[in-house]
Design a protein around this ligand. Structure first.
Ligand code: NAP
Length: 481
């Protein structure tokens, strides 16, 4: 007997209901092209319905006390812990994220919601000494944080659960409602989140998930006047477009980078090589703070390159669902072609390919380049693929200048045993975060995180996102009368 495979059809999540869409599109595995599900391609009208629901749900969200919002988030944490393996499999399949890395993302997602559950109970204002100004005598002044209203959250494919958590977690903690538009390649994890939040007790309409083209559905969310804030994580190109269309809405933009690390002359290489290789190739380099550029002091350069290349060659490439896989497919075939073309361009301009530079299906083999000119795309643009360039520098000061010679400024790292050089680097590096004796790829989920230059505006990390997602209100009590 022949068996027909039934593809799962996912519906939209609007106003607490799973709603059939007018149109669906197949979702393919980036690794092997298998159809994973049928995904709704929301229309403008369906996007409007999601926004209507979020507007209406503001009343219910405003009624929730801080401890009730915290409890919903704690319930979500518990449900995620119970369903961690399922969540990891969803990410591994839709994003081709190696299963072990996907498990790591789920563990971090749980952390993020734990921080959000705590933060819901700690949203403080302050009292102000108004009598510091003549005329301010006998007036009590205090501030409080009020929810903005409807938050439009637009998210990328590379951390489909944790980057959504960085928006949904603080939005719930602060009593806002949300319209979430996840990346078209990774919608299943967001719908799974909606399922769990429904069980966790979130009021209907407080979270709405819609999928479809960013240019259509995303644009509708960005331009609707009823949405008070856009929190966007994605590419600088889309970020700039959103900023230009968002009008007076508050916008947080978490964008790309070509993150770099500096290696000083006094460093014990054996203690850092493994970490650097991990930072360069984790999730195929599709990480906004992936280690893309390495500037090594000339005294250690040859040894660094030799050890780095040897360690890179140990990486296992292949199926994301195989426990042994370190590096799997890029998110699309177009990205495979783009990354290899950029490697070729660097080679034509004098760079040397030490390993990789080839594909195996949709997997780009981990690629190490040396002597890369600063204007080669693999240096000055965001590669978002498994390539890293290693250049020699004469001094830490020269390295700082190279790092700063960039449109981007998300995070940077410096390995050194010299406290003066470390402190100087922390002053001089033009980035949102400086990691001393670590790679730029370091992140835990409560630290302030965000960039300067074309890496974006605003900060995430729950406490900081809470500030972005609330309006400060001042109350002055006059007791002169
Ligand atoms: P992307 O192409 O910019 O897409 C991000 C999101 O924006 C997707 O949901 C996309 O929808 C949507 N979108 C596309 N065009 C839009 C428009 N005109 N209006 C509104 N929304 C629109 O980014 P990606 O390829 O998914 O992710 C990779 C990028 O994200 C990299 O640049 C990376 O550095 C950055 N990133 C930054 C951080 C950070 O925290 N700084 C973290 C992770 C990733 P569709 O999928 O339907 O096109």
């Amino acid at each position: 007997m022949t068996q027909t495979r039934v593809t799962k059809r996912q519906n939209l999540f609007i106003n607490g209901e799973w709603k059939e869409a007018e149109e669906y599109t197949p979702l393919y595995s980036p690794y092997n092209g298998e159809i994973l599900a049928e995904i709704p391609k929301a229309s403008i009208q369906e996007a409007d319905e999601a926004i209507d629901a979020a507007v209406a749900a503001q009343t219910a969200m405003k009624k929730l006390a801080a401890h009730e919002r915290s409890e919903i988030l704690s319930n979500l944490v518990q449900l995620l812990e119970e369903n961690a393996e399922k969540a990891a499999e969803i990410i591994a399949k839709e994003a081709a994220k190696p299963l072990t890395t996907a498990r790591g993302e789920v563990a971090r997602t749980i952390q993020t919601y734990k921080f959000a559950a705590q933060e819901a109970n700690h949203i403080y204002g302050e009292t102000l000494p108004l009598d510091a100004a003549p005329g301010g005598e006998k007036r009590l002044a205090y501030t409080k944080h009020e929810p903005l209203g409807v938050i439009g959250a637009i998210t990328p494919f590379n951390f489909p659960m944790n980057l959504v958590a960085h928006k949904v977690g603080p939005a719930i903690a602060t009593g806002n409602t949300i319209v979430l538009k996840p990346a078209s390649q990774t919608p299943l994890s967001s719908y799974f989140l909606a399922e769990l939040l429904e069980k966790a007790g979130l009021p209907a309409g407080a979270l709405n998930v819609i999928t479809g083209s960013g240019r259509v559905v995303g644009d509708r969310i960005v331009t609707d006047d009823r949405v008070s804030m856009i929190t966007f994580t994605g590419s600088p190109e889309v970020g700039k477009e959103i900023r230009s269309k968002a009008g007076l809405k508050r916008t947080t933009l978490e964008l790309g980078s070509n993150a770099a690390v500096i290696v000083d002359e006094d460093v014990d290489l054996d203690r850092i090589i493994g970490r650097c290789v991990q930072g360069a190739f984790g999730f195929q380099g599709q990480v906004c703070i992936s280690l893309q550029r390495v500037y090594v002091h000339e005294k250690l350069y040859d040894a660094f390159v030799e050890k780095f290349v040897a360690k890179t060659k140990e990486l296992v490439t292949g199926d994301p669902l195989d426990e042994k896989t370190d590096v799997s497919a890029l998110i699309s075939e177009g990205d495979v072609d783009r990354v290899l073309a950029w490697v070729k361009e660097a080679e034509e301009n004098g760079a040397e390919v030490k390993t990789g530079g080839k594909r195996d299906g949709n997997v780009v083999l981990p690629t190490v380049l040396t002597n890369v000119p600063a204007d080669a795309k693999v240096s000055c643009q965001e590669v978002f693929g498994p390539t890293v360039m290693i250049n020699s520098v004469k001094s830490v000061d020269d390295a700082i200048a190279e790092v700063n010679n960039s449109r981007y400024g998300l995070q940077a790292g410096i390995y050194t045993n010299n406290i003066h050089k470390a402190m100087n680097a922390s002053d001089e590096l033009e980035v949102g975060g400086v990691m001393i004796n670590d790679i730029p790829t370091f992140r835990v989920d409560h630290m302030p995180y965000g960039g300067v230059k074309e890496s974006g505006t605003g900060r995430e990390g729950i406490k900081y996102a809470v500030e972005e997602m609330t309006e400060l209100k001042l109350v002055v009590v006059n007791h002169n009368i």
